[in-house]
Structures are given as structure tokens and as C-alpha cells.
Design a protein around this ligand. Structure first.
Ligand code: DX5
Ligand code: ZN
Length: 223
């Protein structure tokens, strides 16, 4: 299996979103990564379900919705109805994580859990088999354009070994500071999905950058 590329729309030009979504539609991107921020769990406020619904209407790629919001159960139904294919919640924002995962699945979406840089991958041991995706945050969530935190590599490797040992199909997504300069290392550590915001949208030729990220080899999943 090859890896997946999920450009993060947070780094797009919001005065001309259609232009950037057209670029995504004609690119090798596998998903559109959509960052929803509530101004409480993270300092920034981004956008909500009505914007996500409009993105869905204009985007041919599945939406990978990353909820950086407190108590996400309140909004799972609305983001599912807005067109999310994957809904990822934060470990740190859920009191009853198992219940939240089941709620996401009950709406027909794939369920993901994101881990902040300080949160141990071991905390997912009891629930890993219920997850379609684990999102390893390689920056502190809240903003695009930050520097990759290299301790994430160890966490990716740990999760990869657990997934392999338990023979699961859970995908490992890596989010924050990922670009051509470190993508190979991230894939070698065991990632399946690369989220890239600034690396794509701030590059001179976003389509070529997406293709280059997609073509990076040495994916270790099948080795
Ligand atoms: C950070 C978001 C990321 C962000 C990635 O809180 O979850 O998805 O958009 O942006 P870059 O790739 O610029 O770090
Ligand atoms: Zn994200």
C-alpha cells in the first residue's frame, strides 16, 4: 500500500477557496484535511460545519475532519451530515473516548483519535482496535506553519509496532510541520497519511508538491 496525502485547507487562501479546492481536485491528494478549532481546546477559531458543508460541495476528495474542540460529541452528527468521511477527535478533549468513537461510526464515518505531542501513544493501547485512524500531532495543535517536533517519530514507531502486532488496519496520520524535508523520515517511522498545510499551499507549485510528497518511497508498511 502506498501512503496517502492530505493537504490541510487551513493554509489555503480563504478569499478564493474555490481556486484552492479546484487545485486539490485536480491533484494527487487522497483526502482534504479540514481543521476545525473552537478557540477553547486550541487558541484559534477556524470555521464550523456550514463551511465544511460548502467545502464538501466543492471538493471531490473525501473530507478528513480534524476536530480540535472540547466535548466533540455535541457536534459529531453535524459534521457527519456536513459530509465528513473521517472524523478525528482529540484524546485530550474526550471524557468517554470509546463512546465518542462509537458515535462517529454510528453515522457511517471512519473514526480517528489525535494525540497532542505530550500525550503517550501507549494511552491508546486499550482502544487501538476500535480506531480507523490515529493522528500523531507533530506540532502543538492550533496553528499552521509550525516546526515539526521530532519526538513524534518515536510515537509513530510505537504505534506502528502495536498495529502490526495486533494485525490491525488502523492508519497512522501525521499532522504538523510535514513537508518534503522530513516526509521520508516520517514514512520510514511508519506513517500512512501525511497532512501538509504550508508545505503545499505556500509552495510555488502546490500540485507538484503534492505529487512529490506522494512519490516519496520507502514506505515501510508492507516490508
Ligand atoms: C494544526 C493543524 C494542522 C495544520 C498543519 O493545529 O491540525 O492540520 O493545518 O499545517 P502545517 O502543515 O502548516 O503545519
Ligand atoms: Zn489538523
Amino acid at each position: 500500500m502506498s501512503h496517502f496525502i492530505a493537504p490541510s485547507i487551513l493554509a489555503a487562501d480563504f478569499t478564493n477557496l474555490q481556486h484552492d479546492l479546484d487545485m486539490i481536485n485536480s491533484s494527487d491528494a487522497d483526502f482534504l484535511h479540514v481543521d476545525v478549532m473552537d478557540g477553547v481546546f486550541v487558541p484559534a477559531i477556524s470555521f464550523g460545519q456550514s463551511i465544511v458543508r460548502q467545502m464538501k460541495a466543492a471538493c471531490s476528495k473525501p473530507l478528513d475532519v480534524h476536530l480540535m474542540i472540547i466535548d466533540p460529541d455535541r457536534y459529531i452528527k453535524e459534521f457527519a451530515e456536513a459530509g465528513a468521511s473521517i472524523i478525528t477527535v482529540h484524546y485530550e478533549a474526550c471524557t468517554h473516548l470509546h463512546r465518542t468513537i462509537q458515535l462517529i461510526k454510528s453515522y457511517g464515518c471512519k473514526a480517528g483519535v489525535a494525540l497532542n505531542p505530550h500525550t503517550s501513544g501507549k494511552l491508546l493501547d486499550p482502544i487501538l482496535e476500535d480506531l480507523d485512524l490515529v493522528c500523531v500531532m507533530s506540532v502543538n495543535p492550533g496553528f499552521g506553519g509550525q516546526k515539526f517536533i521530532y519526538s513524534a517519530l518515536e510515537k509513530i514507531s510505537y504505534l506502528r509496532s502495536q498495529i502490526r502486532t495486533k494485525n490491525l488496519a488502523t492508519l497512522i496520520e501525521v499532522d504538523g510541520g510535514v513537508g518534503l524535508q522530513n516526509a521520508e523520515k516520517v514514512l520510514q517511522a511508519g506513517a500512512d497519511v501525511l497532512v501538509a498545510g504550508s508545505a503545499v499551499f505556500k509552495s510555488e507549485r502546490p500540485i507538484d508538491t503534492i505529487r512529490s510528497l506522494k512519490e516519496i518511497g520507502n514506505h515501510t508498511l508492507n516490508v
